[in-house]
Design a protein around this ligand. Structure first.
Ligand code: XMP
Length: 326
């Protein structure tokens, strides 16, 4: 029988065996997977670990604060934040192809970690060598969907699997590689992480960068961030968090439609609401969110976010649609 305590004990052993007395850095995104993998490695090796949070400018409202304050408070993990917004947005300029975005973001993540790697040295080594171990919260479905599983086509290059650059100078520590999301949550709870972190809905590493159909720009990110915050707050207020696996809000930046507000004609962009119910993200169905909740979200977004004049609902299951639009 599956048991979180046993998996933790087993992984603690394996992690210690893999890294020995070396120092390790961990990629923390604010999501459940990296939160739990970091806590698990922290459990195994304590202060040999430094967590690294990359602020790539593709985050949602409040995410950086949640990591820097709540996560650190609950785990005591040592954290470094890298301010990389300009670098990421610079490299994403003019890019519209989803796979290209994913590859760029994956590569820049690694560049950011390499920068930290050069700053920190492994004091356990006589020469003070650069740190070579990197923890990632890769789950089993990520491995399968990036074509790492047997006989599976590459559906999307998840930024933390297929999207990694080939000259990467890290040895990966991936203690969740055989696990599904519900198992990861159970492990997080067993490790004492607060519900606000463990119960968090999934959010992709490439962040809002893959939720803007079209070029990613600072203005568009601001628009999407505002719409996303409204949708999330309303779904939470309606008590739907447990029923909904996640609800991407997608900005169709290359699409415009005519609207009317007051006496004026508008020519703005639509956002798509993509609420899904799922067990493990491998398959999903669209969530039947009550009409009155959808109406509130739509009214608030179109009233408060000037660039958005239309809100549409995605009623596609997975398959054939994936959960994210890119
Ligand atoms: P799709 O869109 O493939 O998404 O149906 C399945 C689940 O994975 C999340 N997702 C990602 N997570 N890095 C991540 O950490 C990624 O590159 C990535 N792409 C998709 C998505 O939000 C959903 O939960």
């Amino acid at each position: 029988d599956w048991n979180a305590g046993n998996v933790i004990a087993e992984q603690v052993e394996l992690i210690r065996k893999q890294v020995g007395s070396a120092r390790v850095i961990s990629a923390l995104s604010g999501g459940v997977d990296s939160a739990v993998s970091t806590a698990l490695v922290h459990e195994a090796i304590g202060d040999q670990l430094t967590a690294v949070f990359v602020d790539h400018g593709l985050l949602r409202q409040g995410e950086r604060e949640q990591v820097e304050q709540d996560y650190v408070a609950s785990t005591g993990v040592r954290l470094i934040t890298v301010d990389a917004e300009e670098t990421f947005l610079g490299h994403l300029e003019g890019v519209t192809d989803p796979e290209e975005k994913r590859k760029i973001i994956g590569r820049e993540f690694i560049r950011a970690f390499e920068q930290v790697q050069r700053q920190l040295v492994d004091e356990a080594k006589a020469e003070g060598e650069p740190i070579k171990f990197l923890v990632q919260g890769t789950l089993y479905p990520d491995v399968v969907e990036s074509g790492g599983g047997s006989g599976t086509a590459n559906i999307k290059s998840h930024h933390n699997v297929g999207g990694l650059p080939e000259d990467m100078k890290f040895e990966l520590v991936e203690p969740l590689r055989d696990l599904f999301k519900d198992e990861v949550r159970a492990i997080g709870r067993e490790l004492g992480l607060p519900e606000a972190i463990v119960g968090r809905q999934p959010f992709p590493g490439p962040g809002l960068g893959i939720r803007i159909v079209g070029e990613v720009t600072k203005n568009r990110l601001e628009t999407l961030r505002a719409a996303d915050a409204i949708a999330r707050a309303e779904l939470t207020a309606a008590g739907l968090d447990a029923e909904i696996w996640q609800c991407p809000v997608v900005l169709l930046a290359d699409v415009r439609s005519v609207g009317v507000q007051g006496d004026g004609r508008t020519y703005g962009h639509p956002v798509v609401l993509r609420p899904v119910s799922s067990e493990d993200a491998m398959t999903a169905d669209w969530t039947r969110v009550p009409y009155d909740v959808l109406a509130r979200i739509s009214n608030k977004i179109t009233n408060q976010v000037p660039e958005v004049n239309r809100v549409v609902l995605d009623v596609t299951s997975k398959p054939p649609g994936t959960i994210e639009w890119e």
